[in-house]
Design a protein around this ligand. Sequence first.
Ligand code: ZN
Ligand code: ZN
Length: 324
Amino acid sequence: MTMSAFPPAHPERGTAETVTVTAGRRTAYLIALVVLPVLILAMAVPAAWGWGVGPRDVVIAVVMYLISIFGIAIGYHRHFTHRAFKCRRPLRVALMLAGGMALEGPVTLWTAEHRRHHKYADRPGDPHSPWRYGDSGPALLRGMAHAHVGWFFTARRRSSREHWVPDLMADPDVRRFDSAYPAVAVLSFLLPAAAGGLWAMSWAGMWTALFWGGLVRYAVVHHVTWSVNSVAHTFGERPFMTRDRSSNVRWVALLTLGEGWHNWHHVEPTCARHGVLRGQLDPSARLIRWFERAGWAYAVRWPDRARLLARRAPAAGLSRRRPG
Ligand SMILES: [Zn+2]
Ligand SMILES: [Zn+2]
């Protein structure tokens, strides 16, 4: 099967859907999203080898990881982007803050990019399709690097918030969160540092927790969430019929707490559960269920059995048809 490469020119250029990104901002993305995380992860290897990682730092890093990933999966993605459920204000603000801990930008920016991704998934206009350069081996490798992280600092146009998220821009809580985002980013490092310092009652405890629970955790969280864009649009199974290449990848689903069941998600983006087939663990959906039982979340869009059956691919290969 072949698939045509994306047109070389950006078809979205000049439309109301995108805005220009300055060269300075693209350089900042390159440093914050590629250079620093690579240095941190490179430092983590000798640090773990030489001094080891104590249980205190592991616990703090895992808790920070869970807060970040759940914040992105349940908050930024399922609630703010797709409105898969409604929730009471304290939970909504908590989810926004938890998503902010992942250091993937203010919720309006994240949501704008992701709504555009769904509209154009794996077609011209998609901000991060691994199929952008074609489906030959080298083109796909280049496309995966682009979908994983390259698009942050190569794209000269980013999704316009006015166009994609007018609902969020009109929300005072969201606007307050956006303007406080630099402080939220600092909090994402202060929290683990404070927890480590207080737990150990020492400066050393603060520094090691800042390293593992702050820096290493943020680098890992980024690569884990980005693998939904790169890996779960390239490899894996496609049990449902979609116009794009969204797929299910078990290890991505495990690490992203359910987001790697990406094929059904592209069929029914507003569904609160992504892992809809037998054996597909979706901890994010489980947590939304608990919120619903507690009365904090309501109007939850759970999967509809008839829709599920109707969109099942009748035979392998049918769902792999050419997008567009
Ligand atoms: Zn996708
Ligand atoms: Zn989505």
